[in-house]
Ligand binder design. Structure first.
Ligand SMILES: Nc1nc2c(c(=O)[nH]1)N[C@H]1C(S)=C(S)[C@@H](COP(=O)(O)O)O[C@H]1N2
Ligand SMILES: [Mo]
Length: 255
């Protein structure tokens, strides 16, 4: 089904399991269910029921890599802080990891690159209707999360970015995203510092971005500064778990 537009594919998958909508699906916790809207919950449940919680997104070969991978959304964060980090080749950048973790700490780019890495060639689908295939290299998020140990009650991982997409006084225009622990511990979920065999470029989110391959483009947070483990989204801006989610997009953007 790879040639079908993401939105269309989502519809087909949803329609195929309408009969299951009233069933008790295994492994689905009650409050994720109530936090999501009907069709979105169906997409999440259908994808995980039919494909399995750990099912891999399709991977491609070197020959499939798109010669041009579009830059979308922010192409260069507009802050003095980011400009200074970039000017120094991100030697002073650190990824802060905190919230509901036993050992909060910060990781330099060098430290992340010394961790086990994974490289995968996958297709990125933007909700605006374009796709591109790229090769991503990074640390599996699962490895990093295990190294800080999650505390009881942890449910979501939130990604705070360097860029402000909308200028606001309260900072609510800053890009952020979130995923649940099923996606956070999925083997293809990476904190990527490499793209197509080179360091991740500024347009694509340098020095670090998220790859969460079973979801749409807007979940792939670029310019990561801080990771926060939380039990709910209530304390975060619009309370919907992401910049675009706070503006009406679905939180579970399953492909
Ligand atoms: N921080 C940040 N992350 C972001 C965005 C953004 O504007 N800021 N745009 C999102 C959208 S809509 C898409 S499609 C992809 C684009 O990634 P690319 O620029 O590498 O193509 O990044 C996503 N992550
Ligand atoms: Mo997108």
């Amino acid at each position: 089904m790879n040639d079908v537009h993401p939105g269309r594919r989502r519809f087909l998958l949803g329609a195929g399991v309408l009969a299951l909508a009233g069933c008790d699906l295994p492994g689905q916790s009650a409050d994720v269910g109530t936090a999501l809207r009907g069709t979105e919950r169906l997409t999440l449940q259908a994808q995980r029921l039919l494909l399995g919680r750990g099912a891999l997104a399709r991977e491609f070969g070197e020959a499939d890599i798109s010669p041009h991978f579009r830059v979308n959304g922010t192409s260069m964060p507009d802050s003095e802080e980011y400009a200074a980090l970039l000017a120094n080749g991100f030697a002073d950048w650190k990824l802060q990891v905190g919230g509901m973790v036993a050992r909060p700490r910060a990781f330099s780019l060098r430290e992340l690159k010394l961790m086990p890495s994974r490289t995968q060639i996958t297709r990125h689908d933007c909700v605006e209707g374009w796709s591109a295939i790229g090769k991503w290299t990074g640390v599996p998020l699962a490895f990093l999360l295990r190294s800080v140990s999650l505390l009881p009650g942890a449910r979501y991982v939130v990604f705070h970015c360097a860029d402000e997409l909308e200028q606001t006084l309260d900072g609510s225009g800053r890009y952020y995203e979130s995923i649940d622990l099923v996606d956070a511990f999925h083997p293809q979920t990476l904190l990527a510092y490499g793209m197509n065999g080179a360091d991740l470029g500024v347009g694509h989110g340098a020095p670090l971005r998220l790859r969460v391959e079973r979801q749409l483009g807007y979940k792939q947070a670029k310019y990561l500064m801080r990771i926060e483990v939380v039990g709910s989204f209530d304390a975060l801006w619009g309370g919907k778990g992401g910049y675009w989610e706070d503006r009406g997009y679905e939180w579970y953007a399953g492909i």
